[in-house]
Design a protein around this ligand. Structure first.
Ligand SMILES: Nc1ncnc2c1ncn2[C@@H]1O[C@H](COP(=O)(O)OP(=O)(O)OP(=O)(O)O)[C@@H](O)[C@H]1O
Ligand SMILES: [Mg+2]
Length: 495
């Protein structure tokens, strides 16, 4: 659990002067650094002897096995990250710039691939440096949280690896760089998504930071994460197109965006929801009638996995609520679920209407990661039930790698992170952690569906709203921007 992490140079310096018992001024409610976290708040059912091994490490000055957060960290950070990288600004690029790499053509040339590689390397260092800085400006107790400190360590690791990467000069250099990028996408850094969310839940439970501020930080880190992954995937995609002899990037948006049929994606989401419901209750249980109307023929360019995730999560809420209501009221059959597809030049709209009695929660907490404290506690305990995740820290992973390689690690079994590529549908290579999240069992309610979906919808120039009528039902409206309409928008400004 809690490991001490020196992050803010200011705090680090303060603490250096005054030793361990110093009280830091910060905006959080409990900001005494000398205070041992109240572990019973995490888990009222666990005995203190079970928790004791975790407590001792929180009393060390630095995380025990950290590669980056050590005696030199403050100076390193000041002289390298702050001096050289925070002074650079990230480039907010548009999707078409990304696909064309600044020479206004879709022709793939050797030079373009090399330029693209260089851009990715430099851009990622700058972007990750700014995110590290964001974490450093959080109150100590927040970034000192076990999960946030995993994210911090992982970001620093990415920062260092990208920073030290030799300049790409030839197409062969770029080959190596592409393998390096692939490694980064699939190694322990991909655990950042669950760690970020678990960190937010713990902040909520322990009152470490005002919930709206935690939401803001998590959303901002998630948005930046989407942009970084997009930049990397786009480069991998044009590199592989070039290697396979293609002379042109035929689509404006490269090939990580694909033409998606709205109707087919809805049918896919429906099938997935039905399976979840059958697993939760029993096979043969009556299922809601599923009706799709409106623009059934709609096809549009989008990231397939993002669309799958969004529709899957939202439909799942309606299915779960509909089944609960069916059982609670002893109805003859479950009420139907209707999806209406609407489109215009600028955006696409999915309205999911159910008659499941409306949303029982307060509007205010509904959109927050962790919702209420009570719900955050439940969600966190469900996260801990996801096999393999609870004990995994980056350090464990690193050490295990030395011992027997990552395959011997329980981490490969975590249901949030299907590490084996064979688990994934072909062609859907983007955002694997997201897919893991979508495929979790319905037993594990994480309380994050709506907030995650809103981050993704807003990312793609859309939004997400719910209109609930108590005692009747809910309309969940997902709007997504038309990417072909917005190709020149500086989409990747979410840095
Ligand atoms: N269509 C709906 N009808 C009734 N209640 C809903 C509906 N959609 C959401 N809710 C309520 O809002 C809550 C929050 O939904 P959200 O998707 O954010 O989290 P969750 O479903 O509890 O957990 P998760 O999706 O992470 O497993 C749900 O627990 C449910 O009570
Ligand atoms: Mg949900």
């Amino acid at each position: 659990m809690g490991k001490l992490l020196y992050t803010s140079p200011v705090r680090s310096a303060q603490r250096k002067c005054a030793g361990k018992s110093i009280r830091f001024e910060s905006t959080s409610h409990h900001s005494h650094i000398s205070q041992i976290p109240d572990f019973s708040k995490y888990s009222p059912t666990k005995s203190i002897s079970e928790l004791a091994p975790y407590v001792s490490s929180t009393l060390c000055a630095y995380p025990l096995q950290s590669k980056y957060v050590n005696q030199q960290h403050y100076y390193q950070n000041k002289n390298i990250l702050e001096k050289h990288y925070l002074t650079r600004k990230p480039h907010p690029v548009s999707l078409s710039q990304l696909a064309q790499y600044f020479d206004d053509s879709t022709t793939l040339t050797k030079q373009k691939i090399i330029n693209s590689g260089r851009f990715v390397q430099q851009e990622l260092v700058t972007r990750i440096a700014h995110k590290i800085h964001l974490l450093q400006t959080l109150p100590f107790n927040v970034v000192n949280n076990f999960h946030f400190s995993q994210v911090y360590e992982s970001y620093y690791n990415i920062f260092e690896r990208f920073r030290r990467y030799p300049t790409i000069k030839t197409i062969e250099d770029n080959e190596k760089f592409a393998r390096f990028l692939q490694g980064i996408l699939s190694d322990f850094n991909s655990l950042n998504l669950p760690h970020l969310i678990m960190g937010a839940l713990e902040c909520r439970i322990l009152d470490l930071h005002p919930p709206e501020k935690v939401d803001e930080v998590v959303s901002s880190l998630l948005r930046a994460r989407i942009s970084r992954r997009l930049i990397v995937e786009e480069h991998l995609s044009i590199t592989s197109n070039f290697n396979s002899g293609k002379k042109k990037n035929t689509l404006v948006l490269g090939d990580i965006f694909q033409e998606c049929s709205a109707y087919e994606f809805l049918l896919g989401a429906k099938a997935m929801c039905e399976k979840f419901i059958q697993d939760m209750y029993f096979h043969g249980i009556a299922l809601p009638e599923f009706v799709v109307d409106g623009n059934l023929g709609l096809k549009f360019y989008f990231l397939p996995l993002h669309l799958k995730y969004l529709l899957g999560e939202l439909l799942r809420n309606s299915y779960e609520a509909t089944m609960k209501e069916y059982i609670r009221l002893g109805l003859e059959k479950p009420e139907p679920i209707t999806v209406t597809i609407v489109s215009n030049e600028q955006s696409f709209l999915f309205r999911i209407s159910d008659r499941a009695g409306g949303i029982p929660h307060d509007e205010k907490t509904l959109w927050s990661f962790g919702k209420s404290k009570e719900m955050a506690r439940k969600s966190l305990s469900n996260f801990h039930k996801l096999p393999g995740l609870q004990t995994i820290s980056l350090y464990d992973y690193m050490y295990d790698k030395k011992a027997g390689g990552p395959t011997s690690h329980p981490y490969k079994f975590t249901s949030l992170e299907p590490i084996s590529a064979s688990n994934l549908p072909k062609g859907h290579k983007f955002e694997k952690p997201l897919l893991g999240l979508l495929e979790r069992s319905s037993r594990y309610k994480l309380g994050i569906g709506l907030d995650m979906c809103r981050v993704y919808a807003e990312y793609w120039n859309g939004d997400l709203t719910v209109h609930s009528i108590k005692g009747h039902g809910t309309d969940t409206v997902l709007k997504l921007g038309n990417l072909m309409y917005h190709t020149d928008k500086l989409q990747l400004d979410k840095v």
